[in-house]
Design a protein. Structure first.
Lengths: 234, 234
DNA sequence: GATGATTTGTACGTATGTATA
DNA sequence: ATATACATACGTACAAATCAT
């Protein structure tokens, strides 16, 4: 219906071609923006990523869109089916479970290495975050707890002092993100989470690698169980 | 200067465009071929990946080359510097060491999960491979040992029954590959490797997750030490 | 199941940014 | 420091494949 009109109408170029104010290429900017949209949940898993629509939405041609999609497909956020377009990657139950289990192993490895490698200031910082979480449990603030909890885990990734492990741990977290429903909702779960952290922190502070590994692995398994219980109830 | 002439001259198309005999796109084929060339050592780390040269070498236009390079950069084999071209990814000492340590953690995680999850046939198969390696140590065949050793490790990746862990373990192995110099060269190292495997196999067969984890981690640390010793001597 | 519409895949030209003399 | 050469970034045209009808 509309197609007859289009070919004459479209001719005027939008020309956003201005010499790139920032130093970034369009492809880079797009990859970043698309990843954000997926991780934040704006584009849900399974959403079709139409090249032309994305191009016009972001005011660029199809070329950078295609290049960004290729990169995101290699990192796992996007799935490309040849000749059939790209969609936001979808995971079935099994794949999601596998990812959780692997995440537990990765974070446990981080904790173990952190027990060995953290500097004294890093250890002090971890304790400080842990104390902050204790207070948030006491006054019962799930939202703040979730935010500070992120720093807790990040501090341990960094403390492992291993750039590659850091990279794949973050990447795995990013890939799971679109599938995370709610975080901690109940005070009970908060309390339990804090107690598990307590074992992790104690092991790291006394430099006990294997104990830190086991405590963190256990913590994450228990996080998955909490998710599952929540998912089942909803 | 030449541009006046060019626009008339270029018109004849080379037309390798034959309707794609296989079902694969050129980008896919190229990504595969490039990854192969890098992993096999044909393109060494640091090699410049000139778009035009690659395009003509593989008989395609620059577009699929660019798209393949983007994917390989997301998977870590290639490094893209904006406006400055792509090179085969290079790792410094520290990065390589970090990757080895992480590989040890990943394989250890696989071994731990394999101890839990391997089926009876899988356990039998692992034992069979292990017996084969014993024989190869006895008669002293480093080349065959290296080949069968790969199956040994692969059997454990598979036995973990975790698709995501499998994926990142393989990907890490691929990324380290271009930096592997020689494999086991000495009979002494062969013997030592076999003894370490022995602990891993025993732990897996009796379903002892933590012991399997520790034994595999130790094995890989000792593999890295062997590499380092070799590198230092050469 | 064939045909037209739509969307992706590939080629190529030109502009823009980077390196070099 | 400026100009020149060169490789990449991006837009656009067309071909090929998929999907609707």
């Amino acid at each position: 219906m509309k197609s007859a009109v289009r070919s004459k109408v479209k001719s005027r170029r939008i020309s956003i071609s201005a010499p790139r104010p920032d130093g970034r290429t369009r492809t880079e900017g797009l990859r970043h923006d698309l990843a954000d949209a997926i991780v934040s949940g704006e584009f849900e898993p399974g959403t079709a990523l139409d090249e032309v629509r994305l191009a016009s939405r972001f005011g660029v041609s199809r070329t950078p869109v295609r290049e960004a999609l290729r990169q995101l497909s290699a990192s796992g956020l996007v799935e490309i089916r040849p000749h059939r377009g790209a969609i936001v990657a979808k995971l079935d139950e099994r794949q999601l479970h596998d990812m959780f289990v692997t995440m537990a192993e990765l974070e446990a490895a981080c904790a173990g290495l952190a027990a060995q490698n953290m500097t004294t200031p890093e250890r002090r910082q971890l304790e400080a975050i842990h104390d902050e979480l204790r207070e948030l449990v006491r006054i019962g603030e799930p939202e703040s707890y979730n935010v500070v909890n992120e720093s807790f885990h990040s501090a341990i990734y960094v403390g492992a002092h291993n750039s590659y492990l850091f990279e794949i741990t973050q990447q795995t977290r990013t890939r799971i993100q679109p599938f995370r429903r709610a975080q901690f909702r109940t005070i009970g779960r908060l309390q339990r989470s804090f107690e598990e952290h307590d074992h992790v922190v104690a092991a790291i502070l006394r430099g006990d690698r294997e104990a830190a590994y086991l405590a963190m692995r256990q913590h994450l398994i228990s996080v998955e169980e909490a998710y599952d219980a929540y998912a089942e109830a909803h």
